[in-house]
Design a protein around this ligand. Structure first.
Ligand SMILES: Cc1cc2nc3c(=O)[nH]c(=O)nc-3n(C[C@H](O)[C@H](O)[C@H](O)COP(=O)(O)OP(=O)(O)OC[C@H]3O[C@@H](n4cnc5c(N)ncnc54)[C@H](O)[C@@H]3O)c2cc1C
Length: 328
């Protein structure tokens, strides 16, 4: 009978928290499942991270809401654990607690002048209308943008900048050139081929890169195809491989990005170099079970890697572990 009334608390309503609520509800009929979310809107990065032109991915919100719609779990919006309710209080009131709080902090490059650049989390939260969004320092008339990173968030930033005329908040830009700084070589990029292909399909911009050696892999094959093309129309997106940003230059506002090869004039720079977790009431989430009876899932558990489906598989496995860990 105890098992039938098990009580679970989940902190965070991103994909990991929602998939976990769904998996617990399906595995344990009648369990009490409460999901606490600090914002007034649910679904984490599906709402405030995924690019606005990736409608199909954003539509995953319809799947994430199912456990709440069918009454199998309760969603408590505007409740920040660690501020409005303590983690220890949750642990006393529930049989098991899972942290699904993501990795909300922007990683820093740690180079001089970094305050003149836009970190990607902040930039994309602003584009997506996050309630705590901070607008970039300079947009109106900005002609040159530099994006730094070798993963899909960098490609999101490049693509959205290239389409700035179609995106209300980016419309004041007047971009003529985008430079993409990639520390790795073409063989080591973490771009997914599908996101790269979208760059090749832009009508407002074209990928500008040189022919390179004999890199293998799907992403490198797309890059090699780009390199073989003739110059396109619109904004050139210049790929700089094996190039590191070393400084953001300017007096009060960005004027250039220094690299280990050259200095690139820039009115806007976006750093897309990853995210970090935050502690909650002094506990650093790390998964899957940071402390007995306290669990973690999604980016809070494994760090900021993997796609939305990765969180679903992980949530299902964690639900089994949480149920197995219930006291008899
Ligand atoms: C810019 C960007 C674009 C992306 N695009 C894609 C894509 O196109 N396709 C894809 O598959 N993946 C994409 N991803 C990855 C995907 O978003 C992540 O895999 C996924 O969101 C991680 O889920 P999560 O639940 O662990 O974290 P999150 O989605 O970050 O959710 C964490 C939730 O916890 C809440 N929270 C945090 N702290 C507290 C607290 N103390 N109390 C209460 N609530 C709290 C947050 O407000 C948030 O709602 C993208 C990621 C980024 C950053």
């Amino acid at each position: 009978e105890a098992a039938l009334t098990a009580r679970f608390a989940i902190v965070g309503s991103g994909p990991a928290g929602c998939y976990l609520a769904d998996a617990l509800a399906r595995a344990m009929n009648g369990a009490v499942i409460d999901v606490f979310e600090r914002l007034d809107e649910p679904f984490g990065l599906v709402r405030f991270g995924v690019a606005p032109d990736h409608e199909a991915t954003r539509a995953i919100a319809r799947v994430l809401r199912r456990p709440f719609d069918r009454g199998a779990a309760s969603l408590h919006l505007g409740v920040e654990v660690g501020r409005d309710i303590g983690l220890n209080a949750l642990r006393r009131n529930y049989d098991a607690v899972a942290l699904a709080t993501g990795a909300p902090l922007d990683r820093r490059l740690d180079v001089p002048g970094e305050e003149l650049a836009e970190p990607s989390g902040r930039f994309i939260r602003w584009i997506n209308g996050h309630p705590e969004a901070v607008p970039p320092a300079r947009l109106t008339g900005a002609r040159r943008a530099v994006v730094i990173g070798a993963g899909n968030v960098a490609l999101d930033a490049v693509r959205l900048l290239a389409k700035h005329r179609e995106i209300d908040c980016l419309n004041p830009l007047a971009l003529e050139r985008i430079d993409l700084l990639i520390r790795a070589g073409p063989e080591d990029v973490r771009f997914s081929p599908a996101e790269l292909l979208e760059i090749g399909e832009l009508t407002t911009a074209w990928p500008d890169l040189d022919i390179f050696g004999d890199a293998t892999g799907e992403a490198a094959a797309v890059l090699a195809d780009f390199a073989a093309r003739t110059p396109g129309r619109g904004i050139p997106i210049r790929f700089h491989f094996r190039t590191q940003a070393t400084a953001f230059l300017g007096a009060g506002r960005l004027e250039a990005v220094g690299t280990d090869r050259s200095v690139l004039p820039a009115d806007l720079a976006v750093t897309c170099i990853g995210y970090e977790k935050a502690a909650i009431d002094g506990v650093w989430p790390t998964g899957p079970e940071p402390e007995p009876g306290l669990y973690a899932v999604g980016w809070a558990a494994r760090g900021p890697t993997g796609t939305i489906p990765t969180n679903r598989a992980e949530a299902r496995a964690l639900a089994q572990r949480m149920i197995a860990g219930l006291e008899p």
